[in-house]
Design a binder for this molecule. Sequence first.
Ligand SMILES: *[C@@H]1O[C@H](CO)[C@@H](O)[C@H](O)[C@H]1NC(C)=O
Ligand SMILES: *[C@@H]1O[C@H](CO)[C@@H](O)[C@H](O)[C@H]1NC(C)=O
Length: 408
Amino acid sequence: MRALHVLVTVFTAFAAYYVYSPLPSTMSEPWKLMLLDATFRCAQDLSNLAHYFGFTHHLRVLNFISSYFDKLDPVSSRHLKVIDTVFDGVEVRIFEPTKEHGERLKKSVIYIHGGGWALGSAKMRSYDSLCRKISEDVNAVVVAIEYRLVPDVHFPEQLNDALTATKYYLRPEVLAEYSADPSRIAVSGDSAGGNLAAAVCQQLAEDGNIKTKVKLQALIYPVLQVLDFNTPSYQQNMDMPILSRFVMIKFWLDYLNGSQSFAHSLLVNNHTSLDQSETVFVQELLNWNLLLPSSFKKSYQPVIQSKGSPQIVKELPALLDSRASPLIAHKQTLQLLPKTYILTCEHDVLRDDGTMYAIRLENAGIDVTHAHFKDGFHGCMIFATWPTYFSVGAKTRDDYIKWLNDNL
Ligand SMILES: *[C@@H]1O[C@H](CO)[C@@H](O)[C@H](O)[C@H]1NC(C)=O
Ligand SMILES: *[C@@H]1O[C@H](CO)[C@@H](O)[C@H](O)[C@H]1NC(C)=O
């Protein structure tokens, strides 16, 4: 009896330690978020353990767990036809509204899911239900791209998949097949999918061969740069659920196929030190002291090393590639981009990535709506349905869908 008592106490203490992480009072539903975060950390720890013992890559374990519990077959409903198909070699899930609305052509939203270029799927319950909601509420054909993931492929293959599927859909004969209006197409994505969506829009804008122009881009807490891990939001939210700064750096290194041993150098911005001429031009484009409002900068100081680790950029030239970091594209490229919606959350390491992009786009003359949520956390928009419902999840999703409805 006594032993059981001790065991229960130890277990409870351990569970409380595992679950409890102090959160700011402005955060939406902190206890629920702690539980969600603990679930993720538990899955991560299990997969790291499997990786450590040499069973398989930790990301494969995580993906196995999530797809085992969470992948759905395409299910049509009274208002939606849902099918899985292939666009030029890339898998896609398509949601087509079936409501009668005369001869009018339909709007389209191309959706790219998040998950650090390594996790997630258009077939997951959360993304499937988000795409259904967009399709029904906006009355649009939604093309959700099932691009390949780390560790099967690395940069730029995820982007190439997204671009290939998008270009295929933009062909006049394919648009005609879906009764889609070529003048009412949006490209959208969240987190790493927002990174891919931003890069897809830049690539399309620069490609003179593509006659169909995208009307809108909508980026949900996007990842936009790999050069400064000490922006005010990276400093302020370095341990915030569900995405810490260190986990974001590890996702980047996996995406760019770089050694994880670089992680600690990236943390202190050693990869963009001043003793490297290649990175100096980038620092001008990313100068958050000039770009961010003082309510975001607070008293945070830039972290700029005079001496760093130049071998990192030599080994990983993709660190300076705007296809990986759309935030460092030149103004001439930004000027070609469509009307933009950018959603950011206060409690998110990526708040300043999105905010700086909004400001650079505005400076380039683009019409930008920047929706900032003070109680939001990274990833909240896909937590808008049972059993992981957050009021800020529903609030961000509804704001995003309203913008699409008003502008597409
Ligand atoms: C990724 O890096 C590993 C180890 O450096 C290398 O063997 C492999 O060929 C790289 N993969 C790609 C797709 O570049
Ligand atoms: C950053 O670079 C400096 C100069 O090369 C080096 O002394 C330091 O150890 C590096 N820090 C990390 C965390 O790699």
